[in-house]
Design a protein around this ligand. Structure first.
Ligand code: C5P
Length: 302
């Protein structure tokens, strides 16, 4: 028998890169119910996902690490605290023998903007690593790694509309009718921690009881009626920190047929809801013409 040597032709076929979408998360409403003893805030939020998002590709055979591409690549640095790398580390710490290759992030969403770009990227990393390593997508270690990476990552891992409670660990799926939506960001990054701190709640302080759980939504009108009583409690402190957000809200409110204007997460992205994508596209043209320096993205939600 000839000895088996490295010079023999490899029978390993090249592995095709894997692709995962990382959709933007939108908090349609977000109550801050209080502040927990551990310092995190107790939340209650109706979360939806947009058609718009980042994209991640994964080469299992590539050198471990992260490469950046896309229109937002220059707005991001590959630091160890990057949520993509953090998510991979958190999963590797929970799954022995996890193989980690090379990620390429096609960055399209604005950073630190309240629509969970980094969290969506982290969740996509967990899905990619699960696929490449043969883990089930409902493996509890994915969820644990998600929560350890950031409060919004479990919801992004779920990836479909839901009610989010606790600091982000309690998720109840809830189907939503589709809306046309317009996401508008003035390219002002807002630090999530600063907005929460500006609420001024002491550890252990309670502010409001949890709202009643909705049964589900059959129509857009039902969602809008529900949202009338479910504001974003982070919007007033974010506006105090960044008074220029007023213009974003006003420009959205000035678009035809807009049903709701509100900030998502800790900001600074605002969204407008419309009955269909055509109305959202019309609104996008109007705002982009007035403020070509802003990030303006028509999309679908729900
Ligand atoms: O969990 P994550 O690292 O994404 O949170 C960023 C910051 O936002 C936290 O350090 C905390 O200041 C604040 N936060 C909070 N309560 C939450 C989520 C985030 O106070 N439920």
């Amino acid at each position: 028998h000839p000895p088996e040597t490295a010079a023999l032709p490899s029978t390993r076929r090249p592995v095709a890169p894997l692709l995962e979408r990382a959709p933007a998360k939108v908090n349609l409403g977000l109550r801050v119910l209080g502040r927990r003893a551990d310092g995190y805030h107790e939340l209650w939020s109706l979360v939806a996902f947009a058609g718009a998002g980042d994209r991640l590709t994964y080469d299992p055979a590539g050198a471990p690490g992260l490469g950046l591409a896309g229109p937002g690549a220059a707005t991001l640095a590959v630091e160890p605290d990057n949520l993509v790398l953090k998510a991979a580390r958190e999963l590797a710490g929970r799954v022995s023998g996890l193989e980690v290759g090379r990620f390429t992030l096609d960055k399209r969403l604005p950073v630190s903007s309240g629509i969970g770009g980094g969290s969506a990227d982290a969740a996509a990393v967990l899905r990619l690593l699960a696929r490449a390593n043969g883990l089930a997508q409902d493996d509890a270690r994915l969820f644990e790694a998600a929560l350890a990476t950031g409060s919004d990552v479990p919801a992004c891992l779920h990836g479909r509309s839901c009610l989010m409670a606790g600091r982000g660990e309690s998720l109840t799926p809830l189907r939503l009718p589709r809306f046309g939506a317009l996401l508008v960001n003035p390219r002002i990054p807002v630090a999530t921690g600063a907005v929460f701190r500006a609420l001024g709640l002491a550890a252990g302080e309670t502010r409001a009881p949890p709202p009643a759980m909705p049964d589900g939504f059959a129509t857009r009108a039902e969602v809008l009626a529900f949202l009338a009583d479910l504001p974003n409690d982070l919007e007033p402190p974010a506006r105090r920190l960044e008074p220029s957000l007023q213009e974003v809200a006003e420009r959205l409110a000035g678009t035809p047929a807009v049903r709701l204007v509100r900030m998502s997460g800790s900001g600074a992205t605002f969204f407008g809801l419309y009955d269909d994508c055509r109305a959202a596209a019309r609104a996008a043209k109007q705002i982009a013409a007035a403020r070509p320096d802003w990030w303006v993205k028509p999309t679908v939600l729900g």
